[in-house]
Design a protein around this ligand. Structure first.
Ligand SMILES: [Zn+2]
Ligand SMILES: [Zn+2]
Length: 240
């Protein structure tokens, strides 16, 4: 079991990684897909929650269930709400959820029909690898019923994050695409063929030059490394 000190000592990044993983699992559960809590727990501890124990990660997921219930969302069935939660942690988890909302620069794909139930609007899900992390956005509807809505792809999310600026060189997109949007190519920092994850924390929006530089340049390894310090939200994991 974790201690009160450990609970209160979680960084924002750790909390956010927990929320992202939680939302991913929730989405899988809601769409009738299976996931293994134990495996997700382990993945988190091999990555952003490397300092945490299995039981403290488990407890954190229960915290998030508590917040989800307070907000009127459905929670993951397997994570029963934790009692005796410090208000500080609740507040921080709520803030992270709210931030997910402002991060969602793209307009809501789903129809804004007020509903008490959690609605997950996913354009399409070609395969599991494409399950984006942290893209479920809490929205407040006119009837003040909040719902989680819209799941957008990792690609769209990363393009939105870039805000028209190449995440490799910091320059504006070299041209607009046919839809009048900044043209970027989406690149997996740790390549998919090397076991990299198709997740927002492993994906960047690059201008064509920077993209080729990642793949074909003499300094491709150094340049790739530099992305982790340049791009907020990227996480370098040994086994991602
Ligand atoms: Zn660039
Ligand atoms: Zn690439």
């Amino acid at each position: 079991m974790d201690t009160a000190k450990e609970r209160s000592g979680w960084s924002d990044d750790e909390l956010e990684a927990s929320v992202d993983a939680y939302l991913k699992m929730l989405r899988l559960e809601q769409s009738g897909q299976t996931f293994k809590k134990k495996l997700e727990n382990q993945l988190l501890r091999e990555g952003p929650l490397i300092k945490r124990s299995a039981s403290s990660v488990e407890y954190r997921m229960q915290n998030i269930s508590t917040v989800m219930e307070q907000l009127g969302f459905k929670r993951i069935t397997g994570y029963v709400s934790a009692k005796n939660l410090g208000t500080g942690v609740i507040k921080r988890i709520k803030e992270i959820l709210a931030r997910k909302d402002t991060d969602a620069l793209h307009k809501n794909i789903g129809q804004a029909t007020p509903s008490l139930s959690l609605q997950l609007v996913d354009a399409h899900q070609p395969h599991m690898r494409d399950a984006p992390l942290g893209i479920l956005s809490p929205k407040r509807t006119s009837s003040t019923v909040m719902r989680l809505s819209r799941a957008i792809s990792v690609k769209k999310w990363v393009l939105a994050r870039s805000q028209g600026i190449c995440e490799g060189c910091g320059q504006p997109a070299p041209f607009l695409n046919e839809k009048n949007e900044p043209f970027f190519e989406v690149h997996h920092v740790k390549h998919l063929v090397d076991g990299g994850a198709d997740s927002t924390w492993n994906t960047v929006a690059l201008c064509p030059n920077c993209h080729r530089r990642c793949h074909n340049s003499i300094d491709k390894h150094d340049f790739t490394k530099s992305l982790y310090s340049k791009v907020k939200g990227l996480i370098e994991k040994p086994n991602n």
